[in-house]
Design a protein around this ligand. Structure first.
Ligand code: BG6
Length: 487
């Protein structure tokens, strides 16, 4: 188990009110994440009150949590750590109302000797969260509290504005943490370290050296138990307006004046302000064959399970550099990459047939997996007579450091940050509203969905979208396996 460095945990003991406690996200990520944070000593004494529409009692909830850990915890659940954790779990059905919730929070707080804080985690779609937000207000649980809101935050500009307004009736902006778990991924934060902790790359991080960028997140997953949510949401709202645009913000922003929440948000928001509105003609929407006959899906459904688009950032750094984004369900491979293609040399003195340029431009590639990787590819000489060139690469894998066990999963990292009041990796009202604004032309006139075969890379039209470039995935050369000598 990793050691907790001083100063990374919250200053005060926490009561977590977990709304939507019996839902999918809670089972898969939040409860295992809270357990790990508690067992590793990040949040000593933290008490968790589950809230949901289900009529459970405290013991029923403890059983539910234990099953969730057995099924989804990526680390071993030691008996003594579980017993301590279980002691700190309580449950209140939403129907029991404000007074019952207040009583449970009071009881939890009485177990602390000094000051404490409350963290309300709304693990339900933001619209559905509003009724619980009112209950929190009625229960007098706004003081000394912070609230985490899930995504997608709204479905368009008007709904995001109204959601923000209704939330602000109860919570101040500084209490609100709009979560986007991609920003909690170790590899996403490493983009900031890579860019701003080194003198080598930032000078070439612009339109003079970069030809185009791809942010590509294909998934092999289907819908699981989320058909109703997905059918109403689609790939654009589920993934692009949230995760992919946020990653784009980190990749494209100017150096912030400090590594602090306000300067980082400001630079990210400037990127979003410079984004051009998305043109429907720059978008390919797809739907995998068979989607319409799945349970819970309308037989005429127009929901996209795939989307690829081109977007542009019209500022001094990026004018003229296309950013291609792609994501979808039931695709050929599960990957999460950012691929940066550099401009090719203006002239080649290499003989015809030497292979220069034959394998595409030089690329810098980030793999955003928890076990993250990075690669810089370039042309080099093949040993032997004459001048034959091959594509070579410098690669780094987190595995090489031996520190992979220290990686906090995205939700763990973000829950800890919210408990500490650190907004750095959360999104702002302004940023989200702007992203909906640039999406408006697409939302108002979406191109028709095109079918694609499950297990493919999307509809054929993706190739025209990216031409004269090519999609980086599937990779022509696989990542080197650090465990295989000579690979
Ligand atoms: C979620 C989306 O936010 O992100 C899911 O709702 C998607 O549809 C998931 O599968 C991907 O996250 P990760 O961390 O598994 O890449």
């Amino acid at each position: 188990m990793q050691k907790v460095p001083p100063g990374v945990g919250p200053r005060h003991p926490q009561v977590v009110v977990l709304v939507g406690a019996t839902g999918d996200l809670s089972r898969r990520k939040l409860l295992p994440g809270l357990f790990h944070l508690a067992a590793a000593g990040f949040i000593p004494g933290c008490r968790i009150i589950g809230v949901s529409l289900d009529e459970l009692d405290r013991d029923g909830f403890r059983d539910f949590v234990r099953k969730a850990l057995d099924e989804f915890s990526t680390r071993k659940v030691a008996d003594d750590a579980w017993h301590t954790f279980a002691q700190n779990l309580d449950y209140v059905p939403l129907a029991a109302g404000a007074a019952a919730l207040r009583a449970a929070v009071d009881q939890a707080e009485q177990s602390f000797s000094g000051e404490s804080r409350r963290l309300h985690y709304m693990s339900v779609p933001p619209n559905a969260a509003l009724s619980a937000v009112r209950v929190l207000g009625d229960a007098g649980l706004v003081e000394r509290s912070r609230i985490i809101m899930e995504k997608p935050f709204g479905t368009d500009l008007a709904s995001a504005v109204s959601l923000n307004a209704r939330l602000h009736e109860v919570f101040d902006e500084e209490q609100i943490f709009r979560i986007d778990h991609f920003l909690g991924k170790e590899a996403a934060q490493n983009i900031l370290a890579f860019r701003f902790a080194n003198g080598l790359f930032e000078p070439i991080w612009n339109r003079n050296f970069i030809d185009h960028v791809q942010i590509d997140v294909p998934e092999t997953l289907a819908l699981g138990k989320r058909a109703a949510f997905y059918e109403a949401t689609g790939a654009f709202r589920d993934m692009v307006v949230t995760h992919l645009f946020q990653i784009l913000g980190f990749m494209a922003m100017e150096p912030p004046t400090a590594l602090e929440p306000a300067p980082i948000s400001e630079e990210k928001n400037k990127v979003f302000r410079s984004m051009l509105a998305i043109r429907p003609s720059d978008v390919v929407r797809g739907q995998y064959t068979g989607y319409r006959s799945e349970p819970g899906i309308a037989p005429e459904s127009d929901t996209e399970t795939f989307i690829a688009l081109k977007c542009s950032i019209d500022n001094w750094r990026w004018a003229g550099v296309p950013f291609f984004l792609r994501t979808g369900k039931r695709m050929a491979e599960g990957q999460r990459i950012i691929s940066i293609a550099f401009r090719e040399p203006p002239k080649s003195m290499f003989p015809a047939g030497s292979g220069v340029g034959a394998q595409g431009p030089d690329h810098l590639t980030f793999d955003l997996a928890d076990a993250s990787k990075m690669s810089l590819s370039f042309y080099g000489k093949r040993p032997g007579p004459g001048m034959r060139l091959d594509k070579l690469s410098l690669q780094f894998a987190m595995h090489d450091t031996g520190l992979i066990g220290d990686v906090l999963e995205a939700y763990e990292r973000l829950i800890l940050d919210a408990m500490r009041g650190d907004h750095t990796l959360f999104t702002t009202a302004e940023g989200i509203e702007r992203l909906w604004e640039v999406s408006t032309p697409l939302l108002e006139a979406p191109p028709a969905v095109r079918p694609y075969a499950p297990g493919s890379w999307g509809p054929n039209a993706i190739h025209q979208l990216v031409a004269p470039h090519a999609w980086r995935l599937p990779f022509e050369r696989v990542w080197r396996d650090p465990n295989r000598v000579g690979s």
